[in-house]
Design a protein around this ligand. Structure first.
Ligand SMILES: *Cc1c(COP(=O)(O)O)cnc(C)c1O
Length: 399
């Protein structure tokens, strides 16, 4: 019997958006009234019955929810525990990201916005955003690091085909962090017309909470599905990879206040945690402010953000959502990491033993299973956050 620290309510931040010491809204003056409006209205809008009816309808008939909870028999046998896969890879557009974009686009319409901007790393959030903008007839501008534009060419093509404008971020490491900076800059220029759809549980309050709530459908479904399959709603472990942390937040959400469920987050270690080429934020970071909230950030002693590295564009981020910083600091969650090489090996292995080609991001989560000393009685749910089609070019280099 595990006894985790759950004397706090881990789901809800304070009214100012704090999870413990982490969170808040550190934003330029120009965005203040915009973010303030969102903060005052998001819960009221999200839980309005008419909003919920449209959200649930789109999740079902457009996204394809509920996604299956699949018993991975061969993997279970190999690991020596019961392993279920939450199949977010089967969502429309191939990853969990669309749960959030569907929610935010309806919310943007309620707020009277005409234009959507978003940042993207792997391109999955960009594709999900461009998709729902096409669905709702909204103008869509996506910021993406120049390096990510190269390594995620199929997703760039998809966004363009869906009618979005893709703007390259050419500063810094030309990846997700830089795209986020550009998107924030663009938002400052026209805050009233525009809704900024942040793709993870990062950014100023209320984004982390809002995105976690939209993604929480993942764990809501897991509980029901697990009950049907095993008689109990609660697994012993829930595992997810963490970039900013949205698929993890969604998979953990309805288990956060359950003391018997071990939360396991997996970060990208790149070439190795201490290699200088890593994105294992909790292992390398210190408290700091990044993209509008206080969290754990990879930074130098004088506060310069350190360039992260991961083979997967979606995990190549020097921060982590404030909820996860709190889960780490309070020890409610265990934070592990997997290297580029381990993630690649897991991607190839999962493909061969379960017939599922995962995204590179997702593959990180699978890498830690053999190291967890699981028991035969353990029931583990892994959030299979996305499918691997977008990473085929990378996989082909290793075939
Ligand atoms: C974007 C992405 C991630 C990382 O983002 P989170 O916000 O940490 O979930 C993980 N897996 C896939 C498939 C993604 O597209």
């Amino acid at each position: 019997m595990n006894l985790f620290n759950v004397d706090e309510n881990y789901q809800n931040p304070t009214i100012e958006g704090y999870y413990g010491d982490f969170g808040g809204a550190y934003i330029p003056e120009m965005l203040y009234s915009n973010v303030e409006t969102l903060k005052k209205q998001y819960l009221q809008i999200m839980y309005d019955p008419i909003f919920q009816a449209e959200f649930q309808y789109l999740l079902k008939d457009y996204v394809g929810r509920p996604t299956p909870l699949f018993l991975a028999e061969r993997l279970s046998k190999e690991i020596g525990a019961t392993i279920y896969l939450k199949r977010e890879d089967l969502c429309h557009t191939g990853a969990h990201k669309i749960n959030n974009t569907v929610g935010q686009i309806i919310l943007a319409q309620r707020l009277g916005k005409k234009k959507i901007i978003a940042e993207t790393g792997a391109g999955q959030h960009g594709v999900a955003t461009a998709t729902v903008c096409a669905l709702k007839g909204m103008e869509c501008v996506i910021y993406m690091g120049e390096k990510d534009i190269e390594r995620q060419a199929p997703n760039v093509a998809r966004m363009k085909m869906l009618g979005a404008t893709v703007i390259p971020a050419k500063s810094g490491s030309k990846t997700l962090k830089d795209a986020t900076n550009e998107a924030i800059r663009a938002w400052i220029n026209e805050p009233n017309e525009t809704h900024y759809i942040i793709g993870s549980v990062v950014g100023p309050h209320p984004y982390p909470d809002m995105v976690a709530r939209f993604q929480s459908v993942i764990s809501e479904e897991i509980r029901k599905q697990l009950k049907d399959k095993t008689g109990s709603e609660l697994p012993t472990h829930v595992l997810a990879c963490v970039g900013g942390g949205s698929n993890a937040a969604g998979a953990f959400y309805h288990f956060l206040n359950e003391p018997t469920v071990q939360i396991v987050a997996v970060e990208a270690a790149g070439h190795g945690v201490h290699s200088g080429l890593s994105a294992a934020t909790t292992q390398l970071g210190t408290p700091g402010i990044l993209h509008g909230s206080k969290s754990i950030v990879m930074q130098t002693s004088d506060g310069q953000v350190v360039e992260p590295h991961s083979i997967s564009a979606g995990l190549d981020y020097p921060g982590i959502g404030p909820l996860h910083a709190f889960l780490y600091e309070s020890k409610r969650g265990i934070f592990l990491s997997a290297t580029d090489e381990e993630a690649l090996a897991s991607a190839f292995h999962l493909s061969k033993i379960e017939g599922i080609i995962p995204a590179l991001e997702t593959a990180h989560a699978f890498s830690v299973l053999p190291k967890m000393n699981l028991k035969a009685s353990d029931v583990v749910v892994v959030c299979l956050s996305g499918r691997g089609d977008k990473d085929l070019a990378t996989y082909m280099e290793y075939l």
